[in-house]
Write a protein that binds this ligand. Structure first.
Ligand code: M6R
Length: 605
């Protein structure tokens, strides 16, 4: 998604902004730009593609100035081009913007009728033309910005920079996050604290609807009704917010390797070793719930899909599961005894946030499982369960997925106990099994060399099929998603039993088929489906444990996983799903951390 940076500094800001934009690269973008005010004059540089192109442009055409705004753009309205890149400028004002202005067509027509000359296809340009129009009517910058904001519909974050104003940035948050950084006689602005982590550890998060006036002396924040308001300044853990690869080739590699540590640390938070039970935030009432509604997108949705099996099995709790972008458009039936659970790494996914807002007031409780505790979804939920995975920078979600599974498993066990569905013995046994997950995940990571070799033939495939049954079906979906997003190989996943109802027609000697099948209650059935594939020359890679591999007989390719309790199998088998995608992508030479067209956090609907 787009990234915003703003700096009112004591030195030249272009290099500072460029550096901060680099820390936002992980969000995904396809063009970038910077605007500054220097000796009163507004100027800008923009470039398509990676930041190196903007950096080259700045070498040839430097952009002096101690006040500036910068942006990485992920194209929505209008393709990636210099004209569509931000900052947009009209007359004496420049704007950077994340999100979507929903009424931009009407505004554009109105402004065009008044003579505005548009130079881009973006919705953003209407903001800057509108602000310029108000300035031309004689309004001062603050008035013009405020008048502009009042005309905009949609979800967005934005920042204005004005000609002749070297000590002023005006910014606003409506739907997309924005934070203010406090320096020594300097002030900063960023779409997240990671962007500002090398500049300051003192951060003020704007609340929904806020707008703010920044000068080098500080910030004045106003709420949606224009009342001046105080927002707390918090100290962030700069070491945690700082993003580096710690010697790994990619963030994705680092984040996969971090999984045992992340799982262990989060387990400590929710259930220390000397503690027999699970500590969850106050106010969770599973005993009274008659239904659990789970909503998420992408990988987080697959984590929910695994958890559905757990809530049904351990807690006898009926579960309804949906993709966030579908949920609120299908008139879901909500009840006052329902609990609604939203899962999101970023906590900013627009569809998930909109789904949360849709149920609020119509269900008993709104729960959120998030990685970013300061995110919008965390703020708007009744009960928040952080997964404590630390910043996830690689676009392909890895450690967040396993950490989401762990927290969801804890919730399901706690719900089972609270509802009298799990005996105390069973509850404690399952909890001990969960405690063993980090060690098994480490063992699965040790299979990396073998996986690298196995992916050599996958990298040449045009299509790949993933199969699994039970909790391994969502794992198959997750494996296919990972492979698609970073290797660009078409991949699909099916519940293994569904194969014969259509997709089996795809099987031939050129189709790699990856089967997730630990030796569990469904193993025999999955192996039968696998035999149907092999009978048609499908190139099967069976991922199973020692017993499963021994019983499966001859299989073209095999990968042995540690033997693990059923409960934690999805957490452990996530590792080969991730490593297969990672090494296939490496063989193909794709951009693992920033795959084409993708954004880390999708803050538009
Ligand atoms: O931040 P969220 O967990 O809400 O993001 C949801 C999806 O956009 C995300 O999981 C996406 O599918 C990942 N790129 C998958 O690797």
């Amino acid at each position: 998604m787009c990234g915003i940076v703003g700096v009112l500094g004591q030195h030249e800001v272009s290099p500072i902004i460029l550096d901060a934009l680099k820390r936002l690269e992980y969000r995904g973008y396809d063009s970038a730009g910077i605007a500054t005010v220097n000796q009163g004059k507004l100027d800008r540089r923009r470039a398509v593609g990676k930041l190196i192109n903007l950096s080259d442009t700045l070498v040839h055409q430097p952009l002096p100035g101690r006040s500036g705004i910068g942006h990485t753009r992920w194209a929505t309205h209008g393709g990636p081009s210099v004209d569509n890149a931000h900052p947009h400028q009209a007359g004496r004002v420049a704007v950077v913007h994340n999100g979507i202005i929903e009424n931009f067509r009407a505004l554009r027509e109105e402004l065009a009728e008044q003579g505005a000359q548009f130079t881009s296809q973006t919705d953003t340009e209407t903001i800057v033309q509108l602000a310029s129009h108000y300035l031309d009517q004689g309004m001062a910058p603050v008035q013009a910005a405020r008048a502009t904001l009042k005309r905009l519909d949609g979800a967005f974050a934005l920042a204005f920079l004005f000609e002749g104003e070297e000590d002023l940035i005006i910014c606003a948050r409506r739907g997309s996050p924005l934070c203010i950084g406090h320096g020594e006689d300097e002030m900063y602005l960023g779409s997240d604290a990671i962007a500002l982590s090398e500049l300051t550890d003192r951060i003020t998060y704007l609340e929904e609807g806020d707008w703010a006036i920044l000068t080098r002396n500080g910030v004045h924040v106003f709420d949606a009704d224009d009342h001046q308001t105080a927002r707390p300044m918090t100290r962030i853990n700069a070491a945690q917010a700082r993003v580096d690869k710690s010697g790994h080739r990619h963030f994705m590699a680092k984040e996969m390797a971090e999984q045992p540590g992340v799982l262990k640390a989060a387990m400590e938070v929710y259930s220390g070793v000397d503690h027999g039970g699970i500590d969850l935030p106050e106010g969770l009432d599973f005993a009274a719930a008659d239904r659990l509604i789970m909503v998420a997108c992408g990988t987080a949705h697959y984590a929910c899909q695994v958890a559905k099996y757990w809530f049904e099995q351990f807690a006898g709790l009926p579960v309804e599961l949906d993709i966030a972008s579908e949920f609120r458009y299908r008139a879901p039936v909500l009840g006052q005894k329902n609990m609604a659970l939203f899962v999101s790494q970023s906590g900013e996914t627009a569809d998930t946030l909109a789904a949360l807002r849709h149920v609020r007031g119509h269900v008993a409780q709104v729960l959120a499982v998030v990685n970013v505790p300061t995110s919008s979804i965390a703020r708007e939920a009744d009960v928040v369960l952080p997964i404590h995975a630390g910043p996830e920078i690689g676009v392909a979600s890895t450690k967040a997925f396993t950490a989401q599974l762990q927290v969801l498993a804890l919730l399901a066990l706690k719900a089972g106990f609270a509802r009298g569905h799990l005996s105390e013995d069973a509850y404690r046994t399952r909890l001990e099994e969960l405690r063993a997950a980090p060690g098994f995940v480490a063992q699965a990571l040790d299979r990396e060399d073998e996986i690298r070799r196995l992916t050599e033939h996958l990298a040449r495939a045009r299509d790949v099929l993933f199969l699994g049954r039970g909790v391994m079906y969502p794992l198959a979906l997750e494996g296919a998603l990972k492979l698609k997003e970073i290797s660009y190989i078409h991949a699909e996943a099916y519940a293994a039993g569904e194969l014969k109802h259509g997709p089996i027609a795809l099987i031939d000697k050129d189709l790699p088929v990856i089967v997730f099948a630990p030796h569990d209650a469904l193993f025999e059935k999955t192996v039968s489906n696998m035999q149907e594939v092999m009978a048609r020359q499908g190139q099967v890679l069976l991922i199973s444990d020692a017993k499963g591999l021994a019983e499966a007989g001859e299989v073209p390719f095999r990968l042995q996983m540690p033997t693990v309790p059923d409960l934690i199998a999805p957490i452990v088998y996530a590792v080969p799903a991730q490593l297969i995608a990672y090494h296939t992508a490496l063989h193909r030479g794709t951009d693992v951390d920033q795959p084409r067209n993708l954004a880390k956090s999708v803050t538009v609907e």
